[in-house]
Design a binder for this molecule. Structure first.
Ligand code: S3P
Length: 173
């Protein structure tokens, strides 16, 4: 395992893949701050994500997401662990910014695990639908090539706990 990682580590992947849990653990292990783009968006907008979607629409959310990512890239705030929203890879410009920001890890997760982890969670407006499984399958099909495009490392998280995943990332970063 490297004792010091000379760059940001950015976690990408679908809702429920464990970006925040693993990101916090990585931050503790390395002594780096943990940053979550969804938290930055909420601070910027002064309201929770669900409310941004309800009151301003997804397009406004995506604009805020792109702005937050741009800001992260433009300030040299030292090294950080950065967790991102599952849809951040949708815009081409975001994909370029993510790659420039540091070492990008795609945390892969199965639809069944996504369903299980997001079932009781109301703060994901894109899954607030009568048929979340159908929505997940469609979004995954659209997004998988985009996660792959930005990823320096692809990790299948299904058989591993957060500790093992964090160690796997540090070995490769
Ligand atoms: C989204 C994922 C969410 C959040 C927003 C949209 C998406 O973040 O950014 O609800 O498009 O997949 P998480 O992946 O952290 O749940």
């Amino acid at each position: 395992m490297s004792s010091e990682i000379p760059k940001n580590i950015i976690l990408v992947g679908f809702m429920g893949c464990g970006k925040s849990t693993i990101g916090r653990r990585l931050g503790q292990m390395l002594g780096y701050p943990f940053v979550d783009t969804d938290d930055l968006i909420e601070s910027k907008a002064g309201m929770p994500i669900t409310e941004i979607f309800e009151r301003r629409g997804e397009e406004m959310f995506r604009q805020l997401e792109a702005a937050v990512l741009q800001e992260l890239g433009s300030k040299d705030a030292g090294r950080a662990i950065i967790a991102t929203g599952g849809g951040i890879i949708g815009r081409r410009r975001n994909r370029r910014l993510l790659k420039e920001l540091g070492f990008v890890v795609w945390l892969q997760v199965s639809p069944d695990t996504i369903i299980a982890r997001t079932k009781r969670n109301r703060d994901r407006p894109l899954l607030a639908t009568d048929n979340p499984r159908e929505r997940i399958d469609r979004l995954l099909a659209e997004r998988e090539p985009l996660y792959r495009e930005v990823a320096d490392l692809e990790l299948d998280t299904s058989e591993l706990d957060a500790e093992e995943i964090a160690c796997g990332i540090l070995e490769s970063a």
